[in-house]
Write a protein that binds this ligand. Structure first.
Ligand code: UDP
Ligand code: MG
Length: 331
C-alpha cells in the first residue's frame, strides 16, 4: 500500500490520527516544510486510528504524490497509545519524532529537537515543554498539572510537561518500549526505565483551530489505573514477592501476635471462645498467608517470563549504528 521509499530515512515522524480530516493537508505540508529546512531525510508515518470522518481517504490521496508519507490504517479506533505503537512498529529512521495531528504542536519545532539529539550524545530523548500552553485552564491545564506532579513523584522522572506529544527519541529507546492502554502518557517514565537520558526543551503550542479534542474528563480513571500499574511495574517487577510478601507479613504478623496472646490466655485457663479478637487474628493470618502465596506465584511468573526470553534484563548504552533494528540483549 505504501510507495517504495528510495533509501532509509534518518528520521521517522509518527502521528496518531483520529478524525482529523480538516487538519491533514496542513499538517503534512507544514511537516514537509519544517523538514526541508534541515539536513536530515525523513518519513512520515501517519497512523489512522479508525477515523470516521474520511481521514483515511484524505491520507491515501496525500500519500499518492508524496513518497515519504507512509499511512498506516488501523482496523478500528484503538486509542492514541495503540496508534503510536503501530507507528513505532514501522519506523525505519535512527531518530523518531512524535506529534499530534491537530497542529497544536508546531511542526517548525521538530528541527529544534533533532538538533539537540544530533549535537548532544548525552541525550536519548527530548521532550517538548509547553511553557505557554493554549488550552482551557480549568478542564485541561489544571488536571494536567496535577497529573504531572503525581506522575513525576511516583515514577521518579521529573518533567514539567509529560503530556506534550511533541517528542524526539533515539531509535533504540522506541524499540525497547511497548505502548497500550493509556501508557502514552507515561512515555518518559517508560523510557527512563529502559535507560533513556531525558531532557526537556520549551516548544510552542497553539489552540486547536479545527476539529474537536477527542478526550473528555472521563479518561482520568483509566489513567489512574495505568499509573498504579506502571509504578508497581517499575518498582516490583523483578521481585513481586517483596510487594505481596511485604504486605502479607504486615497482615500476618499482628494476626500471629493476637493468636499467640489468646493462646497464652487459654493456657492460663481463661475462656477465649467468645472473643472477636480471635476472629480478627485468624482472618489476618489467613489473609497474610494468601498474600505471600500471591507473591510466590508472582516470582514463578517472573521466572517463566525470563526463561522464555521475553524480558530484556538490561540495555546496552552504546548503540548499534543506524538502520539495523537493535535487539535487546538478555543475560
Ligand atoms: N488520537 C488518536 N486516537 C484516539 C484519540 C486521539 O489517534 O482515539 C489522536 C488525535 O488525532 C491527535 C492526538 O491523538 O492527533 C491527540 O488527541 P487530541 O488532540 O484529541 O487530545 P488533546 O490534545 O485534546 O489531549
Ligand atoms: Mg490536541
Amino acid at each position: 500500500m505504501t510507495t517504495a521509499f528510495p533509501s532509509t530515512p534518518d528520521v521517522s515522524i509518527v502521528v496518531p490520527i483520529y478524525n482529523e480530516v480538516e487538519n491533514l493537508p496542513d499538517l503534512v505540508e507544514r511537516i514537509a516544510h519544517a523538514m526541508s529546512a534541515q539536513p536530515l531525510s525523513f518519513e512520515l508515518l501517519a497512523v489512522d486510528d479508525g477515523s470516521r470522518d474520511g481521514s483515511a481517504d484524505k491520507l491515501r490521496e496525500l500519500a499518492a504524490t508524496r513518497p515519504w508519507l507512509r499511512p498506516v490504517f488501523l482496523a478500528r479506533n484503538y486509542g492514541q497509545s495503540s496508534a503510536l505503537q503501530a507507528g513505532f512498529d514501522r519506523v525505519r529512521g535512527r531518530y523518531v519524532v512524535t506529534l499530534d495531528a491537530d497542529l497544536q504542536n508546531e511542526p517548525d519545532d521538530i528541527p529544534l529537537l533533532l538538533t539537540r539529539l544530533e549535537t548532544d550524545p548525552g541525550v536519548d530523548m527530548v521532550s517538548g515543554w509547553r511553557k505557554d500552553r493554549q488550552d482551557a485552564e480549568l478542564s485541561r491545564k489544571l488536571p494536567s498539572r496535577i497529573a504531572n506532579r503525581i506522575i513525576s513523584r511516583t515514577t521518579g522522572v521529573y518533567l514539567h510537561d509529560y503530556g506534550c506529544a511533541l517528542k524526539a527519541y533515539r531509535r533504540p529507546i522506541i524499540d525497547r518500549i511497548r505502548l497500550y492502554g493509556e501508557l502514552h502518557r507515561f512515555i518518559p517514565s517508560l523510557a527512563k526505565d529502559v535507560g533513556a537520558r531525558i531532557t526537556e526543551v520549551p516548544v510552542r503550542h497553539h489552540a486547536r483551530t479545527r476539529g474537536v479534542s477527542n478526550y473528555g474528563i472521563d479518561r482520568t480513571f483509566r489513567v489512574i489505573l495505568d499509573l498504579i500499574l506502571i509504578v508497581f511495574f517499575m518498582r516490583y517487577r523483578q521481585r513481586p514477592l517483596h510487594a505481596f510478601g511485604g504486605l502479607g507479613l504486615w497482615l500476618a504478623a499482628p494476626g500471629g501476635l493476637i493468636l499467640t496472646w489468646l493462646l497464652v490466655l487459654k493456657l492460663l485457663g481463661e475462656s477465649i471462645g467468645g472473643r472477636p479478637l480471635l476472629l480478627a487474628g485468624v482472618m489476618l493470618v489467613l489473609m497474610g498467608v494468601q498474600m505471600i502465596a500471591a507473591g510466590l506465584i508472582g516470582e514463578l511468573l517472573m521466572r517463566v517470563y525470563h526463561e522464555a526470553g521475553g524480558a530484556a534484563q538490561f540495555h546496552a548504552q552504546e548503540y548499534v549504528p543506524a538502520n539495523r533494528p537493535e535487539r535487546a540483549e538478555s543475560g
